[in-house]
Ligand binder design. Structure first.
Ligand code: ZN
Length: 211
């Protein structure tokens, strides 16, 4: 009996030791939770830009998927609200944002839906573009992570996107026009791609925006 008890305790402690270092909360590491929880729901997060080397490295990573079971969790909801606050910051507003832009390498983007009444901002988890139209539009783009610059990018006019919505439901949509451009720009972010990668001569080809 005693030996069995001791063995049980030893095994439990061993399993706990194995588990703790990799312990994740709602799919995020302790470090990531700390970053997300460092402010309240309406508080903007620091934007990661190409001007900082460590930011730049994170922006270039392929972000990991979000597990369906974590959609709606406390940590993800807080991140969602803080991403929204960061994107709608009146001093530096955007029409979309991707989680890597606030330092979280996960597949989660916001897009302003100019194709819907009232132009609402919507969240998408694990978005994927499954079809690109051959018809291309060339339009000027800027990025919160590339401050002070803009450049012309060729994008497909129509796309088909698969994603999990805010409730975790799987959906497919055909999207056109400027909203499709935002989707393509934000989707690039979660694959570690920045918009100037799609321009001949890249960053060198960008022009400065007027302040
Ligand atoms: Zn961007």
């Amino acid at each position: 009996m005693k030996t069995k008890q001791a063995l049980f305790i030893a095994t439990s402690v061993f399993i706990l030791m194995l588990y703790l270092p990799g312990c994740k909360t709602d799919g995020f590491s302790n470090e990531e939770v700390e970053l997300i929880s460092s402010g309240k729901t309406n508080q903007i997060m620091e934007l990661y830009t190409i001007n900082e080397k460590s930011d730049s490295l994170l922006l270039r990573q392929k972000a990991r998927k979000i597990k369906k079971k974590n959609i709606g969790s406390e940590t993800l909801e807080l991140l969602k609200k803080r991403m929204f606050a960061s994107m709608t910051d009146t001093l530096n507003p955007g029409v979309g944002i991707a989680a890597p832009q606030v330092g979280l390498s996960v597949r989660m983007i916001y897009v302003q839906r100019f194709d819907k009444p009232g132009d609402p901002f919507e969240i998408y988890y694990n978005p994927e573009i499954t079809e690109y139209s051959d018809s291309i539009n060339s339009g000027s783009e800027g990025c919160l992570s590339v401050p002070g610059y803009q450049g012309k990018v060729d994008r497909s006019q129509n796309i088909t996107v698969n994603y999990l919505d805010s409730t975790g439901k799987k959906r497919t949509e055909n999207i056109n026009g400027f909203t499709a451009v935002i989707f393509q720009h934000e989707l690039d972010h979660i694959n570690g791609v920045l918009y100037f990668d799609r321009i001949f001569n890249g960053f060198e080809a960008l022009t400065k925006t007027e302040e």
